[in-house]
Design a protein around this ligand. Sequence first.
Ligand code: FMN
Length: 439
Amino acid sequence: MKRQIHLNLFIQSRGHHEASWRHPDSSALALTDIEYFRDLARRAEAGLFDSIFLADTLALMDTVAHAASTWLEPITTLGAIAGSTSHIGLIATASTTYSEPFNLARHFGSLDHISGGRVGWNIVTSWLAAAARNYGGESLVSHDERYERGEEFVQVVKALWDSWADDAVLDDRVSGHYARADRIRPINHEGKYYRVAGPLNMPRGPQGRPVFVQAGSSDTGRRFAARHAEAVFTAQMEKKTAQDFYADLKALAAAEGRKPEHVMILPGLSPVIASTEAEAQHLARDLNELTDPEVGRKRLSGRFGGHDFSHLPLDRPLTPEDFPDPGTVQAARSRTEVIVGLVRREKYTLRQLLAYLAGARGHFTTAGTPEQIADLIEDWFNDGAADGFNLMPPLLPSMLDVFVAEVVPLLQKRGLFRSAYEGKTLRDHFGLPRPTTHH
Ligand SMILES: Cc1cc2nc3c(=O)[nH]c(=O)nc-3n(C[C@H](O)[C@H](O)[C@H](O)COP(=O)(O)O)c2cc1C
């Protein structure tokens, strides 16, 4: 069979366009209504997507007065979605900086059992400066320390998920043996950041471990991904940079002794789709007219770790000197590189930059017909830029529905996308092996 495209639905707000929550075509349901999330998951499952994904930050966004930037906690939300779906993978974000490995291993271990082996963990180190103040700190833990801690965290949770052999549970009523004690081992981890005795207090899940997803793109982030990630989300604004990222990460994974095809690279794609290109562009303009530059300015400041952009006029062309050097940014470093690169290339004014970022925060945005979107997907997929896409519909559910009804059939006709689920677990959908234990 031909190599197949993988599709993940990134669910956020009423769509990824900053103004989606106000647009008449987005869902009327409250963003705290679980039915909103269940319904989207079922629509994505009808479209045979590999997975859905929920992001998370650990502080209220300071844009909340004029932007719908609240959501439900991802792990509990996916627990509720699991019961309303049967095949689609469920990926939740959780932080290595602001949680304990034992708690996280239990949460994701439980979700893997609850969902029948469909769970994935988006491993984040938490870039948002305000999060620190909710966890007893004053300022953001530095970029280097976050990744160092993340590395040890991942070692610990892997050991916990592997602490039970797959055949440890006997559950034999007749003989009175529930489990084989010799097949359950403590982990006795003593490191710089964590001391965890183990073993985990539950048997291994159907997938052995959840699928490891990662989305850091700085040098440190890429090395971390190369060691651990099985799927990688990334924000790329053009095919060329996506190709460079793809080649680099696959090479780094190979250098770690891993099979490059076991690290799936999924750039973000946020398409406005309509039956003519003119109509699609018209809808994109409609959305942009609903944005508020002051919301954008605050979001930009958050990306740069709280840097003050309030003095910048909206209509003067920007220069890279208007921004802090990305190498010194302790927040989401790679995204700041994307933004400064864009300013250097396009010489945007602040208003234009904010309008651009309103589309999908620095991910690839486009407007076109279903054929044009399918062509773009096929081109990136065949030309070393992607193994699939992290679909970020600008409006939910309307732009997901058009994608499922119009783009998915084109990809299927071209032999690039499944016409039925072949397996049951997220590892099956992604074509990933089930990790073995050392027992
Ligand atoms: C699609 C996508 C989703 C992300 N979701 C989250 C998230 O939910 N929470 C979070 O703290 N960071 C999230 N990030 C940010 C990354 O985890 C990472 O911090 C960021 O890309 C900067 O990485 P770097 O410091 O290695 O450059 C996401 C990034 C991407 C591309």
